[in-house]
Design a binder for this molecule. Structure first.
Ligand code: TXA
Ligand code: MG
Length: 310
């Protein structure tokens, strides 16, 4: 994507003043602020209506910038080398001397860290002198935004500036892995767990529905388009939209598909925008036909299951 330097300059100006702006990433758009500033972090919580106990994820340009904030280990470097920048978030131990705002971490000694790949945001991260706290740029429990317009729809003028970055290429949030001790996946996401297992050379526990919630992305209601969702549906009821993984031979006006030929990566990319479209078209609920539970299909099913708890 061509980088508009005037836009980057404007974004930097707001961030330097501890204001919040929206930034594009390859997964979803983030609501960003200076992670070293209590003030900026407080604004993020307020805008998102996010519960205070839910810590913020922090974005860095590269691991050099992270050294002062977190303890890095072997597993981190293995995964970093292979997947970063990219759609993976690490839970790491915070260093005592770290300048990360206590508001961002909810006073915990752990930090969620990501290195986004989007060229516009990388350009911005290189130019600022602090990392960016940036949870997904949506109101808590609702759908994540995959383009600047989605952000504007949710926040209107409440956000000072949306840095344009086109449509997010992955369209679904990062995979979260806690690597402080024995690695465990806390949220399925843009990187298939199988690929992480290959790099770490072992089976990895997926702990995304624990009894005790450590990542609120794990909580029951989330990623909701605001209308009920019914999974593994065979038929659609009256006034229901019918969502399929692939295009049907015989289609009807209430039929929606995620990928013409059922490609799971493409389907993930289209998931949130399709749910938004269905909501805008005034359907009262959504029936979802069975989606294969492999690769990105697992992430799609995870999001739809949580959204169905509406
Ligand atoms: O792809 C992504 O990860 C996007 C883009 C913008 O980077 N961000 C994102 O942020 O999805 P958010 O806040 O919507 O989801 C991050 C998740 C939350 O569920 C939060 O609870 C969890 O990360 N998290 C943050 N800090 C944590 C910590 N110290 N321990 C465990 N989970 C944590
Ligand atoms: Mg989110």
């Amino acid at each position: 994507m061509k980088i508009n330097l005037a836009h980057i300059k404007k974004a930097k100006k707001y961030l330097d003043k501890n204001e919040c702006i929206a930034i594009p990433t390859e997964t979803v758009y983030g609501l960003a602020g200076n992670a070293y500033s209590d003030d900026a972090c407080r604004k993020i919580f307020r805008l998102k209506k996010r519960p205070k106990f839910n810590p913020l994820i922090v974005h860095y340009y590269n691991y050099n910038d992270l050294k002062n904030d977190c303890i890095l280990n072997k597993n981190f470097f293995k995964l970093y080398k292979k997947f970063c920048p990219g759609p993976v978030t690490f839970i790491l131990t915070l260093k005592k001397k770290s300048k990360i705002s206590k508001i961002a971490t909810n006073r915990k000694m752990a930090l969620a860290v990501r290195f986004p790949k989007h060229s516009v945001t990388r350009n911005l991260l290189k130019k600022i002198e602090f990392p960016l706290a940036a949870p997904s740029a949506n109101i808590s429990t609702q759908l994540s935004p995959v383009c600047s317009n989605d952000v504007k729809e949710d926040f209107g003028k409440k956000i000072k500036f949306v840095l344009e970055g086109g449509r997010s290429s992955i369209g679904i949030e990062s995979t979260i892995i806690d690597i402080r001790d024995k690695p465990q996946i806390l949220r399925l996401g843009g990187i298939d767990v199988i690929n992480i297992e290959k790099i770490l050379n072992k089976k990895i526990i997926v702990n995304n529905s624990p009894t005790k919630i450590s990542a609120p992305g794990q909580s029951k209601i989330h990623y909701s388009p605001g209308i009920p969702i019914r999974l593994k549906a065979k038929k659609a009821k009256n006034k229901e939209a019918f969502l399929f993984i692939n295009k049907r031979k015989k289609t009807q006006s209430n039929y929606y598909f995620l990928s013409k030929k059922g490609n799971l990566n493409e389907a993930a990319k289209n998931l949130y925008s399709t749910l938004r479209k269905i909501k805008k078209n005034k359907y009262k609920s959504i029936a979802v036909a069975k989606i294969p539970n492999k690769g990105m299909g697992k992430t799609i099913n995870d999001r739809l299951t949580r959204a169905s708890k509406f």
